[in-house]
Design a protein around this ligand. Sequence first.
Ligand code: GDP
Length: 297
Amino acid sequence: MAAFESLSNRLQNVFSKLRGKGKVTEDDLNEAMREVRLALLEADVNFKVVKDFIAKVKEKALGLDVSKSFTPGMVVIDIVNKELTELMGGTQSKLAKANKPPTVIMMAGLQGAGKTTTSGKLAKLLQKGNHKPLLVACDIYRPAAIKQLQVLGEQINAPVFALGDQTSPVEIARQSLQFAKDNNNDYVIIDTAGRLHIDEALMEELKNIHQIVKPDEVLLVVDAMTGQDAVNVAQSFHEQLELTGVVLTKLDGDTRGGAALSVKAVTGCPIKFAAMGEKIDSLEPFHPERMASRILG
Ligand code: GDP
């Protein structure tokens, strides 16, 4: 799999030099950290995030006095592993659940990020947990978005609430909640409109939907392949909409990993899911510790 390939290779090179060492001097550590820093920057990780990360690892390594350990290289690798995990949120951040069903999940994101596809994937994931999700077609502007959601719904046998493209998204969202209650749908996934860029009209509409449905989750779908742009998009959305989580898509094509490693640290918003392919079952809950281990190989 392509995810993090180049970063992973770079880090493995750095650590293979450290691993066998019976003694790690401060110079060795500095050299290794210099290379880790370069690898992270090359992976398109946010500059400040890299700086803080390196400082933390160094502080811990020096604090533990790794030079006295029998396997100092392994100790350093372990510290990096833990810090990478922390960087991506520490522990898995689970989907919220409403006290009284339905749990309402609002999906947001720029056009092409994978919002509609991810809505279908999330519904499928919920079905696997014996839930009855309802998909709601509020993207009335992109030609064929409604149809796309309906096709996805048919594929997984999940109901899709749509009122065409002449009713306002706010009204569609409002009516969908009643539909969910009447039909015992315990999760409502609202696919909202995306635009090519963040603009006022888009944010205004999202805020209006937010106000009406009072979502338990506001998930921002971002394309991991766009690196720091994805992080900037997340930052802008978060300032206006109070996101509860991020979904990273296209990790299968992301050889660098900059978005995955920066988005939590920059926005404070946890990554809740990762999508790694076009298939309907390619969405997974995001596990920071597993991702860190994968990066370190
Ligand atoms: P939207 O405009 O945000 O609703 O985007 P779509 O859901 O229509 O997705 C845009 C394109 O990205 C489609 O061709 C999807 O198949 C593709 N896509 C979505 N998620 C992934 C993913 O995780 N991996 C890959 N390779 N493609 C994806």
